[in-house]
Design a binder for this molecule. Structure first.
Ligand code: APR
Length: 259
């Protein structure tokens, strides 16, 4: 890890007025949740056209629900890792004003982050495709959806098909999440981009929007991405938890000197 770059990034963050973070699957990989792309990624095992597109879900909900149930076990077992915890600490110390996450694993909230925009929804909530009713998985005990024993898929009490409240390919970003993400991006003077390949729109427009109005872009990733060349001012190569711990320590040291 490049110590000079850590120092430079810490200096920028400690003087920032409205720093935000944009996170992707890479920040949760150290919590045991596989990322989507690259070696061992989810999309290497499940073709997203067959398992993560809304049309595939409507054509064969049973098949997609089989994959979703397998993922459910991984998501339920996952706990926040130090990267999530450092971001929550930075927010508590006023060093971060919000997080826009592409992840649906609820780990930022579990780590204590308060202002989290779930750009792709939340896997712990089910929504009825007919009446729009939402079922939060954690309080399913009180209000169990019906299980369609023939299709072996969960159904709403209205009889409609239930799907996880996450954005499938072919679906729009929820309006509220889109607007909140745009407000945070427009307000930020630093965007900390952590663990995303930057491959998926419209989430990957946000770094360009931030750059366009003069925000500093700090990117943390195991490897360079399409964003690195295009918008990144400081690229911190390494595991999210390791880099964020070093960054937070450096900022703390700078604050100690200032006070
Ligand atoms: N620390 C930092 N970066 C990491 C780590 C780690 N421990 N592990 C993996 N990465 C990086 C990878 O190098 C990669 O650049 O995280 C990135 C993960 O990229 P993707 O798997 O493409 O995940 P993401 O960018 O979040 O995907 C965006 O695509 O399929 C859709 O809806 C899905 O939200 C997802 C969206």
């Amino acid at each position: 890890m490049d110590k000079h770059k850590i120092k430079e990034a810490a200096r920028i963050l400690s003087f920032a007025h409205f720093p935000i973070a944009l996170t992707g699957a890479g920040i949760s990989e150290e919590s045991g949740i596989p990322a989507f792309r690259g070696e061992g990624g989810l999309w290497a095992k499940y073709n997203p056209a067959e398992y993560a597109h809304i049309n595939a879900f409507l054509e064969n909900p049973k098949k997609v629900w089989q994959m979703l149930k397998e993922l459910d076990g991984i998501l339920r077992a996952a706990k926040p890792n130090p990267a999530h915890k450092v971001l929550a600490l930075m927010e508590a110390e006023g060093l971060l004003k919000g997080i826009v996450t592409q992840n649906v694993d609820n780990l930022h909230q579990a780590a204590g982050s308060k202002r989290v925009v779930e750009f792709h929804g939340n896997a712990f909530c089910l929504r009825c495709l007919s009446c729009g009713r939402a079922y939060k998985k954690e309080d399913m005990s009180s209000e169990q959806p019906l299980i369609d024993l023939i299709q072996d898929v969960p159904r709403c009490h209205c009889g409609g098909l239930l799907k996880p409240d996450v954005v499938f390919f072919g679906e729009n970003i929820p309006t509220r999440a889109l607007l909140e993400a745009q407000v945070l991006t427009a307000a930020c003077d630093v965007m900390l981009i952590i663990g995303t390949s930057g491959e998926v729109a419209p989430a990957n427009y946000l770094p360009y929007d931030a750059k366009q109005h003069g925000a500093k872009i700090i990117e943390i990733n195991l490897e360079a991405t399409i964003l690195t060349e295009a918008v990144t001012d400081i690229f911190l190569q390494g595991k999210a938890s390791k880099v964020l711990i070093a960054l937070e320590e450096e900022i703390r040291g700078m604050r100690g000197k200032k006070s």
